[in-house]
Design a protein around this ligand. Structure first.
Ligand code: NAD
Length: 242
């Protein structure tokens, strides 16, 4: 049987589905993956130079400007057919969890209801010292604003390299992975831990694993099925009418 037909059959039989998405699902909305983002003005940096607490401590202005640029892209972007297909999948699945490494909020904007944002949300800002979420009006290009209460720098409410994920989100994601009968890994390079282990946990607990990605990843050889293509094309065909 053709991989897509087999995958459709797995999807239609599954009662409990967990999905992990990465930057690839948003690339068709015009939001670059990290690899694609390091071009033009930013080509002399790597994400590790910008998305770490050390980078922010050393050069808050540059880090803030990088986030301001990415935030603008996110604000202009619209969810795509891949995001929409996952909304439909959630609607018709008994138990469904959507775990995302993306910080762009596009799943919620598309209409997904239960989204576990493992890496936070770029549209939120928090006090770098106390974690308090700050008002929208604090966000401007240029230097990071300061927290009105304690005077510390404000920072994007995202998880940087070397930082811990929220234990609650991680535990919800782990439960969803271990409790599903089908796991979809979509548009992620499957390299960044701990998210990268979730598909393997699902497999270990007996679930089938479908990967959607135009490029092979370290996960591909473990997957039950690989659908090699763009999420915005593959997901509507996976979820939509035959
Ligand atoms: P990644 O950049 O490491 O990998 C992206 C993957 O998507 C690649 O394997 C690529 O082959 C695949 N891809 C590219 N276009 C695709 C498409 N149209 N359909 C399906 N797959 C496609 O991203 P990652 O695995 O999410 O991990 C890196 C980190 O980057 C994460 O921590 C995330 O927080 C952060 N990030 C988020 C955004 C966002 O919020 N949109 C953007 C860039 C980076």
């Amino acid at each position: 049987m053709h991989a897509l037909a087999e995958a459709r059959s797995l999807v239609s039989k599954a009662r409990r589905i967990a999905v992990l998405t990465g930057a690839g699902i948003s690339s068709e909305s015009g939001i670059p993956t990290f690899r694609d983002a390091m071009t033009g003005l930013w080509s002399r940096f790597s994400p590790e130079d910008l998305a770490t607490p050390e980078a922010f401590a050393r050069d808050p202005r540059t880090v803030w400007q990088w986030y301001a640029w990415r935030r603008e892209l996110v604000e202009r972007a619209q969810p795509n057919a891949g995001h929409a297909a996952l909304v439909e999948l959630e609607r018709r699945t008994k138990r469904f969890a959507l775990i995302t490494q993306n910080v762009d909020g596009l799943h919620a904007r598309a209409g997904s209801r239960h989204v576990i944002e493992l890496h936070g949300n770029i549209l939120r800002t928090r006090c770098a010292r106390e974690g308090r979420i700050l008002e929208e009006s604090a966000m401007r290009p240029g230097s990071p604003p300061t927290c009105a209460a304690c005077g510390s720098h404000a920072r994007p409410d995202v998880v940087w390299f070397g930082e811990r994920l929220s234990p609650e989100s991680l535990s919800l994601a782990g439960e969803a992975a271990r409790g599903c009968d089908l796991f979809l890994s979509i548009g992620t390079s499957a390299l960044v831990e701990p998210a990268a282990s979730l598909p393997l946990e699902a497999l270990g607990a007996g679930a089938a694993l479908i990967e959607v990605n135009p490029q092979p990843t370290p996960l591909s050889r473990h997957a039950t099925l690989v659908l090699a293509g763009a999420a915005g094309e593959v997901l509507p065909r996976l979820v939509g009418p035959a």
